[in-house]
Design a protein around this ligand. Structure first.
Ligand code: SF4
Ligand code: SF4
Length: 356
């Protein structure tokens, strides 16, 4: 299974849609690494994903865990301290997920002046220092974002293997700024344009651009597989909180519904203790969407009146566009323009939620 290890709740940025992470105590790890090791040793093949706050603020703890616990390693980081990871540890990472929102002006507006340049410099450096794994750009998409232009920017810069995005939560909250309906319409139009670009790129280059929401859903459509919650929260992905309790989702750690146990439990006993409920389980595209987000599903009372319906309209649009594109993708596979395996992503749940 998969585990987010929250190394600290502290962050060295104060992004507009986050505000520096959770403030609830404790902020730092209270359990011993041997306790963590003992918990993870009861899982045959753990995938361990460092998370925060900003995990690289506690680089020494991270290294101690990597030295002590065998497993597949992933990190989600804002990228500012990637230059501090020594080559022997960099080489151990299967995937590095770096927060970046697209173009320089967009990233710096959301995350702070100079962030884009530091991230781009650091990702070049980790490649030079021996990181050969999967480099994923993780975008947060607040209201007003031009998703087409910003995804294209990250795809065309050539630095990332994959690009994933997630809609910002706060725009769906009660009392959020007006104009959301109009922006959702333009977002959906941009998704159509992006799917068109994605297919044209396959025809032109014989390569599948690593647009995670598209590959993840298309792979299921082509194989006819039914999906449960794609981020895996509460199913096979858990977050180890600094006090040793386990949350189904790394974002909803301060919500009671999300706490499913602690590191004194056996990992497998944590599975399916909290699941998505209505309206998802009666939804006609549940098998494609999987319920999108456990947190939002359990926090519906925090959303603006039509918030859930607006989120779902984006999922429906994405699914429709990809279903419409599926016959063409099949043709490209049959005529050997692209390899079917190129759509097999992610190989394991690497922290990309698939459905934005
Ligand atoms: S489209 Fe909406 S209602 Fe349907 S499964 Fe997804 S999140 Fe749930
Ligand atoms: S999609 Fe929702 S439930 Fe899943 S990890 Fe993200 S915030 Fe948590």
């Amino acid at each position: 299974m998969h585990y987010h290890i929250i190394l600290t709740k502290e962050c060295n940025l104060n992004c507009s849609y986050c505000g520096g992470g959770s403030d609830s105590p404790p902020k730092e790890i209270q359990y011993s690494i041997s306790d963590l090791k003992s918990f993870l040793s009861r899982d045959e093949a753990p995938a361990i994903e460092f998370y925060g706050g900003e995990p690289l603020l506690r680089i020494e703890t991270m290294k101690k865990i990597m030295d002590a616990v065998p497993g597949r390693y992933v990190i989600q980081t804002n990228g500012l301290f990637l230059d501090r990871i020594e080559p022997q540890y960099l080489k151990k990472f299967h995937s590095i997920l770096v927060s970046i929102d697209g173009k320089k002006d967009v990233t710096d507006r959301n995350r702070g002046e100079g962030v884009y340049d530091r991230v781009m410099r650091n990702i070049k450096l980790i490649r030079q220092n021996g990181f050969s794994g999967d480099l994923v750009a993780r975008m947060t998409v607040p209201q007003g974002t031009d998703i087409y232009e910003n995804v294209l920017h990250l795809a065309e810069c050539g630095a990332f293997d994959h690009i994933h995005w997630q809609l910002g939560f706060e725009m769906f909250w009660e009392g959020a700024e007006p104009g959301l309906e109009e922006w959702i319409q333009s977002y959906n139009t941009d998704i159509s344009l992006l799917v068109g670009w994605w297919i044209e790129e396959m025809e032109r280059t014989h390569h599948v651009p690593g647009i995670v929401p598209f590959t993840g859903v298309m792979n299921s459509l082509l194989n006819g597989t039914q999906s449960r919650l794609r981020c895996g929260s509460g199913i096979d992905f858990f977050a180890v909180m600094p006090d040793g309790r386990i949350s189904a989702c790394p974002v909803s750690i301060d919500f009671d519904f999300s706490v499913v146990g602690s590191i004194s439990d056996t990992p497998v006993s944590l599975c399916n203790r909290v699941l998505v409920g209505e309206p998802c389980i009666s939804c006609d595209i549940f098998h494609i969407c999987g319920g999108r987000c456990l947190f939002v599903n359990h926090a519906q009372d925090m959303l603006r009146k039509n918030g859930y319906a607006l989120i779902c309209s984006t999922v429906r649009h994405l699914a429709q566009e990809l279903e419409a594109a599926a016959p063409l993708i099949r043709e490209l596979i049959d005529s050997r323009v692209i390899e079917k395996d190129a759509l097999y992503y992610p190989e394991f749940n690497n922290g990309c939620e698939i459905i934005p």
